[in-house]
Design a protein around this ligand. Sequence first.
Ligand SMILES: C[S@@+](CC[C@H](N)C(=O)[O-])C[C@H]1O[C@@H](n2cnc3c(N)ncnc32)[C@H](O)[C@@H]1O
Length: 486
Amino acid sequence: MILQPDHIARLRECLEGFTADAVLQTLGTPAWRALARNETVPGLRAVPEGTSCEVLTRLFTLQATINEASARRVFGDLLGHLIDADILASDAAGIRALVDIRPYGDETHDWLVVSDLTPGLNGISSQIRPDYVLGISEASSSLARLTARRPIARALDLGTGCGVQSLHLATHASEVVATDVNQRALALAQLTSHLNEIDVKFVEGSLYEPVDGTFDLIVTNPPFVVSPPEGERLVYRETDFEGDDIVRNVVTGAASYLADDGMCQVLAAWIEPTGQPWDERLASWIEPTGLDAWVVRRESIDLPEYTEMWLADSGLARGPEFSRRYEHWLNWFTSKGIESMGFGWINLHKSGRNQPDVRIDDNPAPVREPVGIEFAAWPDRLKSIGNNSLLERSWTVAPDVVEETIARPGAEHPNSITLRRTTGLAPSIQLDTIGAGFVSACDPELTAAQIFEGIATILGLDPDETKRQHESLVEDLARDGFIVSG
Ligand SMILES: C[S@@+](CC[C@H](N)C(=O)[O-])C[C@H]1O[C@@H](n2cnc3c(N)ncnc32)[C@H](O)[C@@H]1O
C-alpha cells in the first residue's frame, strides 16, 4: 500500500472532480439509491466508461472491472504504480480496484476516504480478511455528527480505521493524532490523510498506550461488538477484551489523557446485565474518573435482534451454519448473565469541579443533526448552573425554542404548555402557568427573581414561596439549553 509522495500527488490530480456530488449526479438518484441497498446493476447500466468521473465511479463506487484503455486515460503512467501498490489489480478482464476510494464531504469540504472494498454487493457473499478496514459506516457518520466541533489545539482519533474522523478533526484541531492496532488501517488512513493533504500523526497500539500528553478532544467508536470469543474475529468490530471491556477501558482511561476542559466522546455499546440496572453499571465506570459525564442511551437491543444483526454483518447467509451460530451466541449471552445490549453516546468532560455532574439519560427520541452542537454547548451550560445564584441572574430564551400549547377550542386556559427546542437533542419540558410566564418574560434587564416576584404579585401569590418553588425549574431550563445566562 506504499505510494511515493509524488505518486500520491498525481493520484490526487487524477481524482480531481471525483466528489460525492459528482458521483450522485453520474449515477442518478435511482442507481445511487440501489447502491445504498448494495445493488450495482442500475449503476452499471447508467454509467458508461466515458468521462474521468464515470470511469472512477465504475471502478471504485460500483467495483466494476474497467478496460485498461479507460484506466490509462484516467491514470496515465501512474497505473503501474497503483497496481504495484495493491490499490488496483490487472488481469485479462481489465483493471479492478483492490481498495475503495470514496468521495465524502461535509457542507464545506470534498474529501476522499480510502478503505477496503464493501463486501456483499449484489448479494454475493464474500469472506473478508480479519484485518479488514471498514469504510465510512453508519457508526462513523454518527460519531462525526455527535462530535463537539469546538476550536481546539490537540485531538485524538482513537481507532482511526479508514481515517474519516481525522478528516473532520483537522477542521477544528491544530494537531490530530490517530491510533489503531491494525497496521492495514493505519496504512489506509495515512493514504486518506495524504490524499486530502491533511497532517495527521499516526501511531500503532491499543487504546491510550501509544499516545503521550493530553488532548482537548478524544473521539472513538471502538470495536464494540460483544460476542462469543471462539470463531473468527474481525478487528474493526471485535477485540480480545472480555465483554464490553474495550468501552470500559476507553471511559476509565480518559481522565489521564484529557486536558483541562477536554472532552472524550464515545459511540458505544455496552452490556445490560440481568439483575443490575444498566445506568448503575455505567455510573460505576464513570464516577471514579472524576469527570463530568452525559450518557445518552439511544437504544436497548434484545439479544436475538443483536445476534441477527452482527451475524448478518459478518456475511453469514441464512442456513444451518447461521442457525448454529445464532443458538451458540444466545447460549453464550445467557451464560454471561447478559440481558440486552445498550447502544448510545458517552460524553465525558474534564471540568475539574469538586462534585462531577454525571447525567445518564435514556433518550431514543429523534434528534436534529448535527447533535454535536448540543455536546459543544454542554460544558458552558454546566458552568452556568454551577453556582447558587440562578435566581439572581438574568436569562434569555435560546433562539431555537418554541412553545406548544394544547387547549379545547375557545378555552380560556391551555390544558398543557410544552416548551421545545428545535435543534440538537430537541428536548421538551412541560410548564405550568408560572413557568410559562417566566420563560416569556426572560429579559437581559431582569433577574429571574424579579420576574417570579412580578408574576406572584399579579397572581396574588407569595413571592418568596413562588421563587423557592421555581428555582429548580430555572436550573432544568438552563441545563437543557432552553435559557441562556445573560
Ligand atoms: C468500528 S472501527 C471505527 C473506525 C473509524 N473510527 C470510523 O469512524 O470509521 C474501530 C477501529 O478500532 C480499531 N481497534 C480495534 N481494537 C483497538 C484497540 N484496542 N485500540 C485502538 N484501536 C482499536 C480497529 O482496527 C478499527 O479500525
